[in-house]
Design a protein around this ligand. Sequence first.
Ligand code: ZN
Length: 411
Amino acid sequence: MDNLVERFLSYVKIDTQSDPYSNSTPSTKKQWDLAHKLVTELKEIGMQDVTIDDKAYIMATLPANTTEDIPTIGFVSHFDTTPDFSGTNVNPRIIENYNGEDIVLNKEKNIHLSPDDFEDLNLYKGQTLIVTDGTTLLGADDKAGIAEIMTAMEYLIQNPQIKHGKIRVGFTPDEEIGRGAHHFDVEKFGADWAYTMDGSQIGELEYENFNAASAVVTAKGKSVHPGYAKDKMVNAIGLLQDFMSGLPRQEVPERTSGREGFFHIHKIKGSIEDASLEMIIRDHDRERFESRKQHVAHLVEEINKQNPGYLSVKIEDQYFNMKEKVTPVMHIVEIAKAAMKSLGITPIIKPIRGGTDGSQLSYMGLPCPNIFAGGHNFHGKYEYVPVESMEKAVATIVKICELTAERSSLS
Ligand SMILES: [Zn+2]
């Protein structure tokens, strides 16, 4: 594992910020810079069948080193960083034997990383932290995941006494703009299941995410002089007001947590003649998700009874809870759990209040839970990663390969 930190530092120094306003894949040309480096490195460590397609999706194989019949498993990470914060000239710093106090990220700009603001730091007293210089993000999301997969593969190649089946590796662009899975060729990848190494705190293991839909409600109105409007005016804004008052006021993001779903209106604009609102609908439970969508459609219908045709709604599904696809193959979660426990890591299993590339991949035929990569405070200047967590992630990958082989030879 000697190369892990060095590897990670070399990746974060390459700017790979993605861009939601670009229609090309990858969304930014600079993502190729790291992609090409990763291809070279995969070949150098001895991976086989290393490919990169015209959209910068990278795949590679570690062939089985036993003739036993073992399922092919995969590990997936993304090499882009969020458009929300600068990833240019990342200047990482290593804090050895962290003393539990404030870390001065940038003296000039007076930027501190403090356990008063980020209590998770207390978990890592005495460990080695990699932090930013306070002007950029770090890029542990998800270059930590890439460094971990690369290092685990190198370790397996150098330690052939550890028996494993065929392992596939996938590195993708544009995850941060929601497109990481879009051009992922699941058939070419050819794995029975995979894990994204894209979680945060050590121990995280996720296989539940939201079911997600978006809705746009559009209202037409009829403008009449307000002094003479009785029984004549139809106010588009008022129709939206009626619609909104039919939504449960407690079921909004700011008042829900855990497995509680919500309706979230995030944009509204309008005049008497035209008004519209945009909202998202979220729920982990598929039945409740469907009834939330029905509720929205029903409200529109009811309001239209008084003013037929003045209100319309367009509801579109965005992604679904991967749990539906993972539950039938629960051993893929059990193996990851067992791997962590055998390494002294307590698995932290909780539902994601969002989606992952793994949720899309799961519905594309590749069941794909998410495992910690170790970093904290993603998407900003306070991002940091403990080296010990990254080392444990490498060990978890190795152990999963090992357990998958053992489990198959037992059955
Ligand atoms: Zn990520």
